[in-house]
Design a protein around this ligand. Structure first.
Ligand code: SUG
Length: 424
């Protein structure tokens, strides 16, 4: 089968803010309380999508769920009309309320784990919705994400969209951010690598349970290899594997300290893809890796062959990291192009280019079965830019999330997005 990879980026929502909700995510913690710029954030995300479209790649998007998460607050016993639910929650439990205001669904790499058709037991593409059980604000995403994925990938002849695993620490699941696929080519059978944490008394939470990956592999029928993320990486702030490693087809780009058992992992990858190439970087420390998000680049196969790294501008600005990038580009591996993008608003909450997208490797027939409203062409992209320009707030002060005028503005923005999606 010939296959293409589609990158579905999370459209950054109108409530994007810096409330410091993610312990272990250094950027989120250090920007807590800062002023965010939702409009600029969403336009940065859209500009990244356009760069890749212009480079001949197929690009989709995932709309943001409504925030504040009124339905989640209702389920927790806050009652009345929407405005009363929000006002009551803000007054009674401001921490819970802030969690319900998070726009973190933008990081689509945490939406689901995607198992490609050639790897699954039944030939369909399987998407297992992530429960995001470790972080309160992110746990509110799972039900919305499940509904959205079922809309985009509704055709059950080609897709199986699974509900989230039970939302407990035993199955804590953060989706594709902790999953890598090694395969000779996108359309061929591959090995699914699940990277998990463990209860090692780390300073920071270990957000992916091994049992989650095991369940995802069973549900989808995939060949799986489970490997432990290094404690050093977690301690340094790599709260997801995709902060220290990225794979594409037969290539793995990783920091040398990313995994506890790199030999075991490399041996498994070599069995899955005889032409496996490991591009390991040990010339920069984990601190530079995490502040620059070098490994949170998208690693993409280009239409004419070769691969590109889609890097955040923070990687360009750190001379040690940029030297490492130049070494990668000059090395004996398929990575031959660097595309630098500005996603600073997302980066300030710990989300780089790779966090913002969910990759779906897919054959031609299945591609035609995707709900086309969520695939971008020039016109659709322009419509989204105009929508954001018109309706997304210019700035949000994290101290003012309880302002009813902000809820009204966010509601109007979501209504406008729903209207746009209903038009086609
Ligand atoms: O889960 N940040 C996200 C960043 C997720 C990045 N995704 C990947 N690495 N794939 C997180 O920690 C910050 C929210 C806040 O502080 O308001 C946040 O949720």
């Amino acid at each position: 089968m010939t296959a293409t990879e589609i990158n579905f980026d999370g459209l950054i929502g109108p409530m994007h803010n810096y409330a410091g909700l993610s312990p272990g995510n250094i950027a989120s913690a250090s920007n807590a309380g800062a002023i965010s710029q939702p409009r600029a954030a969403a336009l940065q995300g859209l500009a990244k999508m356009k760069r890749l479209m212009d480079r001949g790649l197929v690009q989709g998007f995932i709309p943001p769920p409504r925030r504040p998460a009124i339905a989640a607050l209702r389920a927790l016993g806050f009652d009345g009309d929407d405005r009363s639910v929000l006002a009551l929650a803000a007054a009674e439990d401001p921490v819970l309320f802030n969690n319900a205001c998070s726009a973190s669904a933008m990081w689509a790499a945490n939406a689901a784990t995607v198992i490609a058709g050639p790897d699954s037991g039944d030939g369909r593409v399987h998407l297992v919705t992530a429960n995001l059980a470790t972080m309160l604000h992110r746990s509110f995403e799972a039900s919305d994400t499940f509904a959205t994925l079922r809309t985009i990938f509704a055709d059950q002849r080609h897709f199986a969209v699974h509900p989230p695993l039970p939302g407990t620490q035993h199955f804590s699941d953060e989706g594709a951010a902790n999953h890598m696929r090694i395969t000779p080519r996108h359309g061929q059978r591959g090995l699914n690598i699940f990277v998990h944490g463990a209860a090692r008394g780390s300073r920071f939470p270990e957000r992916q349970a091994k049992r989650a990956g095991e369940a995802v592999a069973r549900l989808s029928g995939a060949d799986a290899f489970h490997t432990l993320q290094s404690q050093a990486a977690i301690e340094a702030g790599a709260f997801h594997n995709d902060v220290v490693a990225v794979a594409n087809e037969h290539v793995l780009l990783a920091h040398a300290a990313a995994f506890e058992d790199r030999e075991g992992l490399f041996a498994a990858a070599e069995r899955a893809a005889p032409d496996f190439v490991a591009v390991e970087v040990d010339s920069i420390g984990l601190d530079d890796a995490i502040s620059s998000y070098l490994f949170n680049s998208q690693l993409l196969t280009l239409p004419e062959g070769g691969m590109a790294l889609v890097l955040p501008s923070e990687a360009r600005e750190n001379p040690r990291v940029w030297t490492a990038v130049e070494t990668i580009l000059a090395g004996n591996n398929p990575i031959n192009e660097a595309i630098v993008v500005d996603v600073r608003e997302s980066m300030r909450n710990g989300g780089g280019p790779a966090c913002l997208r969910l990759r779906v490797p897919i054959g031609e027939e299945a591609m035609r079965a995707i709900d086309s409203r969520f695939l971008l062409d020039e016109r659709r992209w322009e419509e989204l830019c105009a929508l954001v320009d018109r309706h997304w707030p210019e700035r949000i002060d994290a101290a003012e999330l309880a302002d009813p005028a902000l809820w009204a503005a966010a509601g109007a923005a979501h209504d406008a997005l729903d209207a746009l999606l209903a038009r086609v």
